[in-house]
Write a protein that binds this ligand. Structure first.
Ligand code: M6R
Length: 615
């Protein structure tokens, strides 16, 4: 979850690193740091200032520069608090090796004991620091830095990436990874390493993904990659999506990325739908790499995902079961892999992930592959680890999403999964071509409907203002309204820090109703199953809840419903199965408005990171 960047052969290495750290902040911002080779030694600066750590590092490094080789890091704290002492880069006892790390070293306690016994001095509470002392030991034993890193990785257990420099080999950056992403890149006369392509956009022309347990030795004019036994290896060349340019990763006049990304939702849907239909009207999903025959053989679908992607997966369950008549389970990825799921070669396991790197989902997919199933990933990042490892991929084409709270990618995932459900129905023959074609046409109405919903943000802001100091929220819905309720609650908690729970509306009376009292806000999605929802709203209102109803245009009776104080209207959607992509929008806007009123940084909520590469 931390962000890593390394540079060699660039006279402005420090500027490149700081700029890269700004772009990597979404991966973590508990602290930030940089180390460069300067003169015949190393120079280091670190800062820890909550969500403003990179800015604090900019201040700390003002006026410095001129070095050609260095590494930088933004941290999402796991072991040890978000302090300067725990900030990366960490250095060895000699001060001549510096190292940054992302992930977790699971056997760090045991390694630290052995290293302390051998006289190494530790100055942080991190699991990371063992790595730099292990490197020191290997180098002291005569190993070159690349070989030393390979030896260190053979002892360090866990999922991690690591990048190091040494004052004794001033133009070399070494890097290795296991299960978390790391890419290397070069241009004429400069070499780079980063945890994510966004850090290097516009800087390099050739990009390569390191595979598990490979070690890269990056020099200004050369790149050498070796596998775990030291043999030369070929890294995987990446083609960088032109849509992922530097401009796309900037705020473009909006106050923050979240706002910009919410307003990009119509475009994200359009792009995700683009070019999915053949001249004869049938759906084609080129990048799937699984043919109709493979998919016809499937007799069960399991969707694994986390957070907002999991909620999109829940929507997929309704769509796949309804149209393709395939039993579909949806499971939180971190639970899936430890419960011995029953899988076989006719099961299709679909991983849904914006980043394509979330470790829980990645490992769930690996577990599925070990069991012999076909795997498919719905990812927003082409060439992400999940996409490279899965049998097939379906890309959401939402462009880079920087705000930690997922918005446009979530909506694009819903749309991509609905397309997949229709394609499965087409190939299995459970829906005829005219029906598939009609539904696909209706999907094309979504960009306009989402645009119209975004245009109603003033209504949402007024409701947010009226809700004032409320601190407890329930989001309730039934059927497809349930995943939307879960997503609304997740958005609110992650950026406003208010207590928010999503519930199937029928479940309130089985326990949570005990928590409803005057001052509790209940946000109720009236559709689908409006009559049942109306009863649930009345039950909450009778206990003093302030009810905010989400209703489609054309439901005039909503204003007179017992207990409803506020109404958020959304445009009616021609096909109810597509409604989540529209209904979720006012809930994003509500979370945004409430968080802004509280003065929170909506792009960088506390304690969170965009890409979660730890278990
Ligand atoms: O990259 P992924 O889609 O795999 O990420 C999964 C979750 O970490 C992510 O959706 C998270 O819940 C978001 N911050 C929600 O807004």
């Amino acid at each position: 979850m931390c962000g890593i960047i390394g540079v060699t052969g660039d006279d402005g290495a420090l500027e490149v690193i700081i700029d890269g750290l700004h772009r990597l902040e979404y991966r973590g911002y508990d602290s930030a740091g940089v180390a460069t080779v300067r003169g015949d030694g190393l120079w280091r600066a670190r800062a820890a200032d909550g969500t403003h750590s990179v800015e604090a590092l900019v201040t700390a490094t003002a006026g410095c520069g001129g070095d050609r080789t260095g590494i930088g890091h933004t941290r999402w704290a796991t072991h040890g608090g978000p302090t300067v002492e725990n900030a990366h880069p960490h250095v060895d006892c000699t001060g001549r090796i510096a190292l940054v790390h992302n992930g977790i070293i699971e056997n760090h306690a045991e390694l630290a004991d052995a290293l302390a016994g051998a006289g190494h001095r530790f100055s942080s509470q991190t699991d990371t620091e063992v790595l730099v002392h292990l490197l020191e030991t290997e180098v002291a034993g005569g190993a070159a830095l690349g070989d030393a890193l390979r030896a260190v990785m053979s002892r360090a257990v866990g999922a991690y990436s690591v990048v190091a420099i040494s004052a004794d080999d001033p133009e070399l950056v070494v890097a290795g990874r296991r299960s978390v992403p790391l890419l290397v890149a070069n241009d004429d006369g400069a070499g780079f390493v980063a945890s994510d392509v966004s850090a290097l956009l516009g800087r390099a022309t050739r990009y390569f993904a390191l595979e598990d347990d490979q070690v890269a030795e990056v020099r200004p004019a050369s790149l050498r990659v070796t596998d775990p036994d030291g043999a030369e290896a070929e890294p995987t060349a990446l083609s960088v999506d032109p849509a992922w340019d530097v401009v796309a990763a900037q705020k473009g006049g909006y106050d923050d990325f979240m706002s910009k990304e919410m307003h990009e939702q119509p475009r994200a849907i359009e792009d995700t739908l683009f070019d999915r239909r053949d001249h004869d009207g049938s759906l084609v999903l080129d990048e799937l790499h699984l043919g109709p025959d493979d998919l016809r053989a499937v007799d069960k679908v399991v969707v694994v995902a986390c957070g907002s992607s999991y909620h999109a997966g829940m929507v997929a369950k309704y769509a796949i079961e309804r149209w393709a008549r395939l039993p579909t389970e949806v499971e939180i990825a971190s639970e899936f892999r430890y419960r011995e799921p029953v899988l076989h070669e006719r099961t299709l396991v679909i991983g849904v992930s914006q980043s394509g790197e979330t470790l829980d989902t990645l490992e769930a997919l690996r577990e599925a592959r070990r069991a012999g199933t076909r795997t498919l990933v719905v990812s927003n990042v082409v060439h992400a680890t999940m996409a490279r490892e899965a049998d097939g991929a379906l890309y959401t084409r939402a462009g880079p999403e920087i705000g930690v709270a997922s918005t446009k990618c979530h909506v694009a995932q819903i749309v991509a999964l609905e397309v997949l459900a229709l394609a499965l129905a087409q190939w299995r023959g459970t829906l005829g071509r005219p029906a598939v074609s009609l539904l696909f046409d209706q999907l094309h109405e979504l960009p306009e409907l989402v645009e119209e919903t975004l245009g109603r943000s003033k209504e949402v802001e007024a409701v947010a203002a009226a809700l004032g100091g409320a601190r407890d929220y329930f989001f309730i819905g039934r059927h497809l309204g349930y995943p939307v309720a879960l997503e609304g609650a997740l958005k609110l908690k992650e950026i406003s820090y208010l207590r928010a729970e999503g519930y199937p509306a029928g479940e309130l009376k089985h326990g949570p109703l005990a928590l409803i009292e005057p001052g509790t806000v209940v946000v109720a999605l009236l559709d689908p199953l409006r009559e049942k929802m109306t009863s649930n709203v009345a039950e909450a209102a009778a206990r003093g809840a302030t009810v905010v109803a989400l209703a489609s245009d054309g439901t005039p009776e909503v204003a007179g419903l017992a207990g409803v104080e506020h109404v958020l209207h959304v445009p009616a959607v021609p096909e109810p199965m597509f409604a989540p992509a529209v209904q979720v929008v006012p809930l994003q806007l509500l979370a945004y408005a409430l968080a802004r009123r509280l003065g929170n940084d909506v792009d960088r909520p506390r304690n969170l990171a965009k890409t979660v590469t730890v278990e």
